[in-house]
Write a protein that binds this ligand. Structure first.
Ligand code: ZN
Length: 438
């Protein structure tokens, strides 16, 4: 064999070897999920039996009738009910409310909050929530958590992060209940007064990494100050925030309880309202005219009501008074909004209720008059649309992210079954797989 022939043979061997390596790598990325029952498209509500979801490189490649396999991994969910990964549009992953809230603010560093967030992110993912919107935390730890999850450094849901909530000076998102010099030290750079100042703050937040702008348009239950739950930002400030955020490609969601606060935020053009406790007939018309979403957070209402009624509860006197005013009214609010035709996105305000119990919201939505399918739509296609992620998540279709969960039983009959998720895949990676349903 001449040198040249030997060289060619050698190159040929190498090419065959590289090609076989590439083929192995490609096939290793393929997963065939055998789904006993499959709700791929919550919009139609159609449930198909004995389906195969082909997942390639983290995305759904095809949906096929029957159980199909090939070169790659097979996931057996023949006994399960399979649906798109769930979306919680209102969480706070870096903390969980409790008796130590006030002390934690002065003792915990951003690193402490981030490490705590790693734990709660994993708990949330394993509960079936493959995407969340994180609407306010103590500092910028959430951006590090979001980016770390995106890189695959730690397990957790895809995060749409707001960073700090934006608040008027002295308003709900300010620091209350501390000595003034301590409050000055731990204040978070999230306050504004006047339209120009609020525009500046929105730009600053987007520069820090905010994917969405969360404002507190009214007082809240858990702030340690007796200033009620009325409108806090002025109309001019609200308009400036919305205009600035929209100009920079960000949605605005407003925490709002009082009727005046809800309606002022909607008139200013916010994209969604969180809580909405005292919304009225005019609010419902404004929601529909704007195409705005309501995120009712019924689980937070149920949780603060339970705390306020607990004689050993940890709420401060002003927080307790507001919890008793707001908590019991939230279910009725959900009922009014749904009956009035308001678009509803699923959100729990987890950190009030324990992280990982997010799916308890489904039963509350059903108590508020939704069918189980409507509640599932809120947590899939509804929240995906609300967060501007419809091309990526919310249903299982070729090209979308392979975010897939499974439960035993039929959640369209008993929606509480979603509280016990058996299988979680996010971006094609399996995070939880429990033994087959009996
Ligand atoms: Zn919240």
């Amino acid at each position: 064999m001449s040198d040249r022939t030997a060289f060619r043979a050698c190159i040929g061997t190498i090419l065959v070897f590289v090609a076989s390596l590439l083929a192995t790598a490609a096939s290793a990325e393929v997963t065939y999920i055998h789904a006993g029952r499959l709700l791929a498209d919550p919009a139609s509500g159609r449930v198909l039996n004995e389906q195969t979801i082909v997942v390639r490189d983290g995305r759904i490649a095809e949906l096929r009738d029957g159980y199909v396999d090939g070169a790659g991994q097979v996931v057996d969910l023949r006994g399960e009910f399979v649906l798109p990964g769930l979306i919680d549009s209102h969480v706070h992953l870096c903390h969980e409310n409790g008796p130590n809230d006030r002390m934690n603010r002065v003792t915990m560093t951003a690193a402490d909050w981030a490490v705590q967030g790693v734990r709660f992110a994993e708990i949330t993912l394993r509960a079936g929530f493959t995407t969340v919107a994180n609407l306010g935390d103590e500092n910028d730890a959430i951006f590090a958590l979001r980016d770390g999850i995106e890189r695959g450094d730690v397990p957790g849901p895809r995060i749409v992060a707001a960073g700090h909530v934006l608040s008027p000076h002295g308003g709900d998102g300010d620091i209350h209940g501390y000595r003034p010099d301590v409050a000055t030290t731990i204040r978070r750079g999230n306050l504004c007064t006047g339209a120009d100042d609020c525009s500046r703050l929105v730009r600053n937040h987007i520069g820090r990494g905010a994917d969405i702008i969360k404002i507190v348009a009214t007082g809240s239950v858990l702030a340690d100050i007796a200033q009620g739950v009325g409108q806090q930002f002025t109309d001019a400030e609200l308009r400036a925030i919305v205009e600035t955020a929209h100009g920079m490609g960000r949605r605005v969601t407003a925490h709002a309880h009082s009727t005046a606060g809800v309606n002022a935020a909607l008139r200013a053009g916010v994209d969604s309202i969180e809580h909405g406790t005292f919304l009225d007939a005019e609010s419902i018309e404004l929601f529909k005219a704007n195409g705005a979403y309501l995120v009712p957070t019924l689980l937070a209402g149920a949780t603060v009501s339970a705390w306020a009624n607990d004689p050993k509860g940890f709420l401060s006197p002003p927080a307790k008074a507001k919890a008793l005013e707001v908590g019991p009214k939230m279910l009725g609010m959900g009922r009014r909004a749904h009956a009035g035709g308001v678009k509803i996105a699923f959100g729990t305000d987890a950190s009030v209720a324990r992280h990982g119990t997010n799916a308890r919201e489904f039963s509350l939505l059903v108590q508020a008059g939704m069918t189980p399918l409507q509640a599932i739509r809120a947590a899939t296609i509804g929240s995906a649309d609300h967060l501007g992620l419809s091309k990526e998540i919310g249903s299982l279709a070729p090209g979308k992210a392979a975010d897939i969960v499974a439960v035993c039983g039929d959640p369209l009959k008993s929606v509480s079954g979603l509280e016990h998720v058996r299988f979680v895949m996010k971006g094609g990676v399996v995070y939880t797989k429990k033994p087959r349903c009996q």
